[in-house]
Ligand binder design. Sequence first.
Ligand code: FE
Length: 338
Amino acid sequence: MSHSKKVLLSFAVILACLAGACAWADERELVVYSARNEHLIKPLFDAYTDKTGVRIRFITDKEGPLLERLKAEGESSPADLLMTVDAGNLWHAAQEGVLRPVKSEVLEKSVPEAYRDPEGRWFGLSLRARTIVYNNRRVKPAELSTLEALGNPEWKGRLCLRTSKKVYNQSLVAMLIGLYGEARTEEIVRSWVANLAAEPFANDDAVLSAVAAGQCDAGIVNTYYYGRMIEKTPDLPLSLFWTDKDSDHGVHVNISGAGITRFAPHPEEALKFVEWLVSPEAQNKFADANLEYPVNPSVSPHPDVQAWGSFKADSLPVAKAGEFQERAVKLMDRVGYK
Ligand code: FE
């Protein structure tokens, strides 16, 4: 191109930008609002930038503030993508109208139906299993069966749970409502509360520590917390138990996921990025960083995660975690689960 033509082209781009149609200049950039920690997402962003040249800017914060920010920014939000954990959170973001529905054959093929929004506003990127952890010096696996059975009388004074204020437990109870209905779920949760060895704990790590210390014999945790703790202290007397063996239902799973924002400045680039995140190339990087399970069934978990044994995941769509969340919160309040 001649020098004068280049000058003319630059001039045209500047005019287009002034007119508000500045797509050409910043097309190769994405802005992500993430409730996932930087150390879990930054390596993925860097790998994508290396591969495609798309620059990814991001902020991390808690789910609540990010959602408020998206709502306050409205049309002028720079965010293309919201990344967060728990289907309850993603469902809530969709309800608040900050996510846009997208149609993508790649996403529909790579993400099983149960792990995405039926309306295409959010998609799972990894799976997290919430199951029983027990003290293997005090409990034999034959004493364990289902989550419900932890409410049986022989477990009196032996159970530790995380607080009901955490979305993980709200989603777990919401999914139980989806499986068993509200009345049966209320009986189950009430029976857990009756069996508690201690007041509910602030986080899953505290539950694991209490089980390891023998303060209680069993608890319910996301398996990656178990994985991290065992990585650091391999001789702790902790084992996982999969709750699908004696049940009509599979193990409770939830997702981490993402949705493209309603006012995304770069929706096509954002979609390409999400499609890449569920590809075999990215899935292990994404899931392994937190010892989670790939959402794409064609990808195997990390060998350390596989060593915990295999299980059948429950087939109930995780969107139910959002749908029944409010009922779950009220139910837990009713039965005195703090
Ligand atoms: Fe977590």
